[in-house]
Structures are given as structure tokens and as C-alpha cells.
Design a protein around this ligand. Sequence first.
Ligand code: GDP
Ligand code: GDP
Length: 436
Amino acid sequence: MGNLVAIVGRPNVGKSTLFNRLTKTRRAIVQETSGVTRDRHYGKSVWGGKEFSVVDTGGFVKGSDDVFEDEIRKQVVIAIEECNIVIFVVDVETGITDLDEAVANVLRQSKKPVFVVSNKVDNNEREVDSYEFYNFGLGDVYSISAINGSGTGELLDDLIKELPEDAHEEDESELPRIAIVGKPNVGKSSLTNALLGIERNIVTDISGTTRDSIDTHFNAFGFDMVLVDTAGIRKKGKVHEDIEFYSVMRSIRTIENSDVCLFMIDAEEGLQSQDMSIFSVIERNRKGMVVLVNKWDKIENKEANTMKKYEEMIKERLAPFTDVPVLFVSALTKQRIHKALEIAMEVYKNRTTKIPTSKLNEVLLPLIENYPPPAYKGKFIKIKFVTQLPNHAPAFAFFCNLPQYIKDPYKRYLENQLRKHFDLTGVPIRLFFRKK
Ligand code: GDP
Ligand code: GDP
């Protein structure tokens, strides 16, 4: 069901500092070719072998100086509903404020685990001041310093105990899981209804038990797939509809539960910042992706090259992840909506195929020999062989004598060659360089 951790609290207690500490990429170990876009409010963290997502709610409150208590309270309600774990950050320098109290009042009603974190405990003397926060009645208080990192290890040790053993292991014997995602009003419900409305009697709810995530088995017109979280999308007049934080939260959940995302954007608006955040969540989770430019019916005076120009404009923004299908659709007139599913299935196939090692080496080694990695500090770099790793999303290991000297431009060259010679369209891939 996804492992989502939300950081809540009033402004200036250190939420974003903690967020940065938890989501700091460990660049020394993992070198990703794609994945350059960085989101300030959403990131991945690994501790004790468990991976989870972290959301900093702070970025979603507008005007940090005069924040309305009401707005923060709403956020906390959403965080409780949509996340698995909540981290409640307070500031040991200021002690308990009215706004802290307001947050605590909401959290006391939560059935989800809440971790009270006393931040800015930069030295031992301040440790005793943290005891004040036991007055919230929310259980243990973790004293940390988000700035220097002390105490965060203990916090994470306890936090991961609350995460499920294996959160949504992708199982290849399951049906492809396709998600329709995009910012509010882009046409998600319209598309969902257009697809599902086509033939009602072939649609069955898979799990009607949880209110939040009802998936639909879509089995028609030669498609056999699961549409993820259709109920959440179809349900109109949602309580929190207007809150950006809510829609971001929902898309994170939906994306994490899918294999391939139909990423909808509004033809008249193009890619805006909210679209870019959604894109970065898809990419960071290494999900397959098809871009759907919706409301194409509204674009007037289309010329022969309108689509081509539009597509180029989109890809410029998505760079370096540009090997992505872009379709121009209309949920209203149903133009190309089946094509969208067809392409989603192709991307699913690309994401799950395993390229035999012999084939990889047969194609790549001659290319590498013709255009080897540039020597570094007078040392020659030799890539000896390539193999695909048994991961869910495509990942490739290049074995070489001096992996640390292979630089980004050469990695991009290798990624481009992989994409050119094998079907990886719509799929973020990872390259690893290992010593051999
Ligand atoms: P947010 O508004 O809750 O996201 O708070 P920020 O992360 O932006 O931090 C607010 C201020 O507190 C910044 O000036 C940080 O440098 C400072 N701060 C954050 N964590 C610590 C800490 O552990 N110790 C100290 N002394 N200052 C901190
Ligand atoms: P959601 O919030 O992403 O689920 O968006 P909706 O499906 O509720 O659509 C928002 C508005 O855009 C509604 O008024 C729809 O009728 C309209 N809309 C959705 N898709 C299209 C389309 O392809 N063309 C046009 N012209 N309008 C559309």
C-alpha cells in the first residue's frame, strides 16, 4: 500500500531541514542517469533495508508568516488520512505554542502512528527541555537535531518498525496496474468514466473494503489490466478537493501503487509546476509513463506540425527523460483513449522485459569499443560486460576496472544506446557501474 511518511508541524520548527536529512541521496553508492529533477517536498528514504517516501507538508502552506491555524489543521487531517506514519515536529527552543496544541489536538484522534520529534536539541542540556512535549499525550518524544543529525538514527529505528514488512511488492504474475494521474481539473475523472462507461458489465470492483483505494479490473477490447484508485478519482465533490496538498498526496499514493502512469496534462496550459512535481514523483518511483495531452479538442487552428511542435516543447521540459510516448487525446470526445491504453500496455511490456545478457553484450560491447569512456588521469577505463539486474524496473550493471571514473556524459551515451537498440520507451532506467 505504499510507505508514506508525512512531516507535519507549524512553520520554522525544522520540518524541511529534517526532510532534507531523511531524503539526502547517497550519491556515492547509487548513480542514476535519469532522475535529475528534484522535488523539495517529496523524497525517498531508506533505513534498515526498508524504503519509504517522505512528504514535507510545510511547502504547501502559503505565506509562512501569517499561517492560518485552520489551514495547518486541515493539512494534518489529510496527512492522517493519506499517510501511514506522521512525524510531528516541535521546536525545543520555543516550547509548546498554541499552534502546536492545535496540531496535537488533531493528531490525538489519529489511529496511525505519530512520532513526536523535539527538534533543535543540538546539545545535551536541551534534552531535558524536551520532556515538556510529553504533555501532548502522544507518546514518546524523540530528541533530535535536524541540523547535525543527532537522534535521527533512533527515530528511524523505531519508525521503520511501524512500516509493513513488504509494502506492495510488485508481482509480475499480477495484472498490469495502470494509473491515471494529473493535477486537478485536467480530466482524470472524465477519462476514467469514458473508459469505464463504455461497457458497464465488464467492470468489477476488486476491493470495496477500503474507502481510499478502490481499483477496477478493466477487461475489455483486448485489455486486461487494473486501473488504480479509480474510486478516488471518480468520487466528485471531494472534501479536500481545493487543497493542493491533498491532490499531491493522492497522486503520490496512486503513482506508488501503479506500474505505468497515464500522466495527463492540459493542452491549453502545458506543463506547469504542479505537473512537474507529479512527473518527478513518477520518475523517482521509476514507473512507466505515457504523457496524455488532454482537451486536444479545445485547440483550434491545428496545423500539420502542431502536434510535433507541442511534443518537442514537452520533451524539452522532461529532459533528460525524453524517451516517452506523447499522445494527444480528448476525454470528452474519446479521441484516442483506447490508443492511450494500448501504449500504456507497450510501456508495461518494456518495463518488464528482461534482455538476455548475451544480447546486451553483443550489441553494446562493440559500441563501447568504438567509443570507449575517456581516460581519466591517464588511466584507461575498460567496460568488460553488461547485464540486466533482476529488479522490477529496468536496471543495468556495467562491470569495469575503474567504475568511479565514468562520468555523466558517458553514462548518458550508454543510456541513449540502450534506448536506441532496445525497447525502453516510457521507462526510467538505471545504470550501475561495478568493479570487476
Ligand atoms: P520549517 O519551516 O518547519 O520547514 O523549518 P526549517 O527547516 O525551514 O527550519 C527553520 C529554521 O530552524 C532554519 O533557520 C533552520 O536552520 C533552523 N533549524 C532547523 N533544524 C535545526 C536544528 O536542529 N538546530 C538548530 N539550532 N536550528 C535548526
Ligand atoms: P479531474 O479533476 O482531473 O478529474 O478533471 P475532470 O474530469 O473533472 O475534468 C475537469 C473539467 O474539464 C470538466 O469540466 C470536464 O468536462 C473538462 N474536460 C475533461 N476532459 C476534457 C476534454 O478532453 N476536452 C474538454 N473540452 N473538456 C474536458
